[in-house]
Design a protein around this ligand. Sequence first.
Ligand code: G3P
Ligand code: MG
Length: 289
Amino acid sequence: MKSKLFFAGRPEKPLVIAHRGARAYAPENTLAAATLAHTVQADAWELDVNYTRDGKLVVMHDDSLARTTNITTHPDFAGAPSLRVCDFTLEEIRRLDAGSWYAQTDPHGRIAAGEMPPSMVQSFTGMAVPTLEEALTLTKSLSWRVNVEIKNHEHLIGHTRVTKDVLDLIRKMDMVEQVIMSSFQLRYLLEAHTLLPELATGALVEGQRPADAVALCREHYASAYHPDRHLVCPDDLAALRDAGIAVNIWTINAMAEAETLTAYAATGMITDYPAATRAMMLAKGFRSA
Ligand code: G3P
Ligand code: MG
């Protein structure tokens, strides 16, 4: 198997990978969520990539801007026939507030639980949707790592070029060693193998457990398997480990589950709660931070 730089020198114990940043405690996929994840000693963060109408790569999970921005109340966009990311230019998307929704919806109940200082919640107001370049710049400045998940662009103009655009940026920023690219669209992994074979890639799976996870990864040149937690079984973990394929599981928010998976030698936990996951690992002696 080719060298996969993202995992070079990785610790013996599981990686803590902050899902969309430390999204339980900050608006997901923002630079604030990433910075917070770094502060609580996550090993890496995970983000989602989407395309704007003018072909710019932005960090956004949903196809629609409705849930994680203020587009439905912003006067500039009243009556907009579509709320999809791909129907707005980057300049338009940059006018949106990608932070206030956190206070308004308390998506993980952390405000109600009294865990969020009001000044911190306030600081999210007016946050911009980051470009992928900004997210990578932050990651690089922190000498950190990131899992770049490319969303499905099958129905968009970007389907034919998204992998190349993402990889060109990673290469331009000299971050091959700091990135693992993943996607449910396994064709993007094949494209990555052709375009930048030294980049680590993760095969995302959900819904149905593959008959042979090792074969699936090998067929797509994936250095890692990224299963939904519901699809994980000890036999697969053992087979993948024996095959030298990393296993990063999502989304692990219960610490008992994280502990069990650590015992089964999973490579990484993609979690909304990186601080708690790190604390659990320290308490159990799984690794020193
Ligand atoms: O990359 C792991 C996980 O983020 C995949 O699902 O929907 O949260 O992007 P989703
Ligand atoms: Mg994701």
